[in-house]
Structure formats: C-alpha cells, structure tokens
Design a protein around this ligand. Structure first.
Ligand SMILES: [Zn+2]
Ligand SMILES: [Zn+2]
Length: 190
C-alpha cells in the first residue's frame, strides 16, 4: 500500500524544465503530516501553513529552492505562556546522489567554492529517489528557536510565587525591595 504521507520524488521523473510544487496544510496530506511530525502540538488545526518549492535537475544533482511558511504556537521558555509565532523557512538545498558524494564534495571544494553561499546546503539521495517530506520536515525543525521567547524582553515568572511578571510585579518582589532598602538607609544615616 502506498503511504500517502510520503512525498516521494523520482529523480528521472523531474522534467527538463523543472518541477514546481505548491502545498498547503489544508489540502496536502503529506505536508500536514510533516507539520505534525515537526511541530507536534505547536501546530493547531486552524494554523495556516503553505509552501512552494522548485526542483531543478542539474546533471545528477537536484537544486531544491523555495520557502515554507507556517503559524505555530510554541511555549515561552521563560514565562511558559503559549504564544503565536510565524515561521518563515527559506529552503535552498542541493541533493546529490549518494554514490557520488565523495566526488561531489571534491568538486564542490575545487570549482564551486565561490558559488556556495552560506544558506546553501547539501544532502544526498539514494536509488534515484528521495522523500521531499523528509527534507521539508528537517528544514522546519532546524528553523525552530531552541529557546522560544514570547518577546525579547520577557520577564518570566517570579521564582517565589510563580506570577507571570509580564503582567505586572508581584507582592514578594515589592517586599524584597523594601527589606533591601532598610539597611542601606541605616548605613547612610550612620
Ligand atoms: Zn515569555
Ligand atoms: Zn512573586
């Protein structure tokens, strides 16, 4: 049985002029599965997600370029609030046949050193085919922030009472400040 969550690309089936792919979480089962695998609960049913990729054969390599965008809801690592985040993932990857990988790396170093931009990544395919879903999932995971923050200046939670300090100061902080001020005043008077 064919797994409809896979997006298998047969290299020789990519036409001469290239292959243009548009996908959307609402109507592309393999892409929805990729989002679920990559984001888990961070991606809700109503979150929008879409992408576009152009695949072009260059000799035996495949130049894969495009963009994936999606909405997600990560949890802030400081205040634990779930917040909205828009992921914008530029994709530019060269896929080379695995048996050629060594030769390819040498060629890359010798001839293409100036063409290789920092956003250009290499990967390999085997047996004349690859799963585009695997590639897209990997790119999404790589673009996820390791320590998501609801805002740069998130104040986090009070370690004593657990209040979200973005919503205002808590009582224990006020008490803490008072007790620190008393000895300071005493010192000045003396
Ligand atoms: Zn936060
Ligand atoms: Zn507190």
């Amino acid at each position: 049985m064919k797994n409809n969550h896979k997006m298998e690309i047969i290299v020789k089936d990519i036409p001469e002029e290239g292959l243009e792919l548009d996908f959307d979480a609402g109507r592309t089962p393999w892409f929805l599965q990729v989002l679920r695998d990559a984001l888990g609960k961070q991606h809700a049913k109503e979150d929008r997600a879409q992408g576009h990729l152009s695949l072009l054969r260059i000799g035996e390599n495949i130049d894969c370029e495009g963009r994936v965008e999606c909405d997600c809801h990560p949890t802030c690592c400081r205040c634990l609030k779930v917040f909205h985040h828009h992921l914008d993932v530029p994709v530019h990857q060269i896929l080379a046949p695995l048996y050629e990988s060594e030769r390819q790396l040498k060629l890359e170093q010798k001839e293409e050193v100036e063409l290789v931009k920092e956003d250009l990544e290499f990967a390999y395919y085997e047996n004349d085919r690859f799963d585009l879903g695997d590639m897209v999932r990997e790119q999404i995971i790589l673009s996820l922030p390791l320590q998501p923050l609801c805002q740069e200046a998130c104040k986090g939670l009070c370690p004593v009472c657990g209040k979200n300090l973005n919503e205002g100061p808590c009582q224990c902080k006020a008490r803490d400040v008072q007790t620190r001020r008393i000895p300071l005043k005493a010192f000045k008077r003396g």
